[in-house]
Design a protein around this ligand. Structure first.
Ligand code: B12
Ligand code: SF4
Length: 506
């Protein structure tokens, strides 16, 4: 029996300007309460004024719980003021946050005074159990896994983390209910993969412990994936009912199991759908040639890899499982040439070092390395991030950046300051070891590189536009003249409106 007074609003704050994806975070949370509690979806990406919609629900008196998913960056622009203002307006409201920002920055979130609970990692068990306790007046929160809350003496308490659940046993995703609020078709975006690309999330966590990664403190090197059969079944359902023709996997690490990947490739082959996912070089380098051939045949067009750096000392510092080396990154780019799968290499530049000269040297070395990779495999797509720390307590890298003077905001609303919003987009780091000259060098090189090799994921660029852009940038690229690339910036911004897939999605 559903209790209407226990109504729940599940809110996905606006995260992108266009090409909106299925909000998988709140969809999976919805699955955990479907048929048990009354709930509604509000997607900030699909509403021009989501605050008005939420207010309408709240003023009906039927909704007591306001669940928000929060990743760092632009989502905070709605998440913070909405949680604060609705709590002021409706004091009985219970604010529950989940997602990467909430889990990793739980202190400022709970210290705000207006967010009541944080779900720390998967919410599949924690969320229904929390709602049940709140509904029944229970107070044994410590028995709810993955919960962060304030106890009777106002101390912040973290309950124990649960094992990752068997993903095939989770309740199925309530696509049909979501479709009643926002058409699923409206979430199937045109990308370089297809005209109606589905965003699907097939696994939780990651088995590795890279020292800079936000997944590590939450999942602690654990990973569980849905079976190939279930992934295929879900995708086929969306294809048949809503017309999806391509897939983008949003998993942190889709390719952990070669067997699962191969099984999936075999199943999806006849559906003629292009697909894309994120993986590790050292993992996929162990795949057999047959597996890679089958993957390409089945539609795998591009794979995103965290290459991170061409410097073995830095790779070691990043703790990339201790296995990835510069030599392997080069060899693998070459190997991918043979299979016609585009490797999309992401690099993180600007890690701390003992001296300013050393930091600059590291940046110069990585720029050289990236150019070398483009020679080995010119199809390689390069994504450049400026290093922005995440609080991985206990990690050597985190200790090092704290010692270098880095501190996260203590007050939740400080995250709304432009420098911190930009920080989350890894564009403007407030990291004391990086001088403006270093950040400029990285950004200017990125501008020249993107112009010299316009991304294949920008399917709106014509052949001629690509040629002109590459031509204008070629001398700068060849001779390493990266300063003040104003002509390229003007072209990218005003003429071609260059896209940044790492921020906007494909
Ligand atoms: C899709 C996505 C995006 C899309 C969003 C599209 C959309 N529809 O809105 C786009 C491309 C815009 C994007 C952008 C960014 N993203 Co993003 N994104 C993701 C991605 C790949 C998938 C999120 C997802 O759907 N997960 C699937 C669900 C099922 O998992 P989940 O979110 O963890 O949800 C579970 C629990 O966390 C919990 N939970 C989550 N929310 C809630 C809410 C409630 C109420 C409850 C109870 C529980 C709960 O329960 C869920 C079920 O168990 C994640 C990585 C990942 N694999 O999760 C990165 C990720 C969240 N993004 C990240 C970042 C940093 C960004 C950016 C800020 C920067 C960047 N360059 O990537 C930008 C800017 C954000 C913005 N514009 O707002 C980081 C966060 C890292 C960190 N430091 O915390 C992640 C983890 C990627 C990474 N490994 O670096 N992103
Ligand atoms: S492999 Fe990727 S997702 Fe996994 S810990 Fe490293 S950076 Fe994070």
């Amino acid at each position: 029996m559903k209790d209407l007074e226990s109504g729940i609003i599940l809110f996905n704050p606006r995260s992108a300007e266009y090409n909106h994806r299925i909000p998988n975070s709140i969809l999976q949370v919805a699955a955990s309460i479907h048929d048990r509690f009354d709930y509604v979806f509000v997607d900030g990406n699909r509403e021009s004024d989501p605050g008005k919609v939420i207010d309408r629900y709240l003023s009906s008196g039927r909704y007591r719980y306001f669940g928000t998913t929060v990743m760092p960056g632009p989502q905070l622009k709605q998440a913070i003021p909405f949680a604060r203002d609705f709590k002021n307006q409706y004091p009985h409201l219970i604010n529950i946050w989940g997602g990467y920002f909430a889990s990793n920055q739980y202190r400022p979130v709970l210290n705000s005074g207006y967010v009541d609970y944080v779900i720390n990692g998967p919410g599949d068990e924690a969320f229904p159990q929390l709602i049940h306790q709140l509904q029944t007046g229970g107070n044994s929160y410590e028995t709810i896994p993955n919960l962060i809350y304030r106890d009777a003496s106002h101390q912040i308490v973290k309950s124990p983390k649960s094992q990752l659940l068997d993903q095939d046993l989770l309740p199925s995703l309530p696509y049909k209910k979501l479709d009643q609020f926002y058409s699923i078709e409206g979430y199937l975006a045109p990308t370089f993969l297809g005209n109606k690309t589905l965003a699907y999330h097939s696994s939780m966590g990651c088995p590795f412990k890279c020292s800079f990664c936000a997944v590590v403190p939450i999942y602690e090197a654990r990973w569980k994936g849905k079976s190939a059969d279930l992934i295929y079944k879900d995708i086929k359902f969306i294809k048949e009912n809503y017309g999806a023709d391509a897939i983008e996997f949003h998993d942190n690490n889709f390719f952990v199991s070669e067997k699962r990947t191969v099984d999936f490739a075999q199943l999806i082959k006849s559906e003629q759908m292009n697909w894309w996912g994120e993986g590790r070089i050292d993992t996929i380098d162990q795949y057999s040639d047959e597996s890679l051939e089958l993957m390409r045949e089945s539609g795998c067009k591009m794979i995103f890899f965290g290459a991170e750096s061409g410097n073995d000392k830095i790779l070691n510092q990043m703790d990339k499982g201790g296995k990835q080396t510069a030599a392997q990154i080069r060899l693998f780019a070459d190997r991918m040439n043979r299979f016609d799968i585009i490797p999309e290499y992401s690099f993180v530049l600007g890690l701390p070092a003992a001296s300013e000269q050393e930091v600059m040297q590291q940046i110069d070395d990585d720029i050289r390395f990236i150019k070398e990779i483009k020679e080995i495999n010119p199809d390689t797509e390069i994504i450049i991030y400026v290093y922005s720390p995440v609080p991985t307590e206990g990690s050597t890298l985190y200790k090092q950046i704290q010692a270098a003077g880095f501190q996260f905001p203590v007050d939740l609303e400080d995250w709304l300051k432009p420098e911190w919003l930009n920080f989350d987009l890894r564009k403007n780091p407030l990291t004391p070891w990086l001088t403006p000259a270093m950040v400029d060098k990285i950004r200017n090189f990125e501008t020249v590189l993107n112009a010299r090799f316009p991304t294949a994921s920008d399917f709106k660029l014509s052949r001629l536009q690509r040629k002109i852009m590459a031509g204008v940038a070629s001398l700068r690229y060849r001779y390493g003249i990266y300063q003040f690339p104003i002509e390229l910036k003007a072209l990218q911004r005003y003429w071609l409106r260059y896209r940044q897939p790492e921020i906007e999605g494909f």
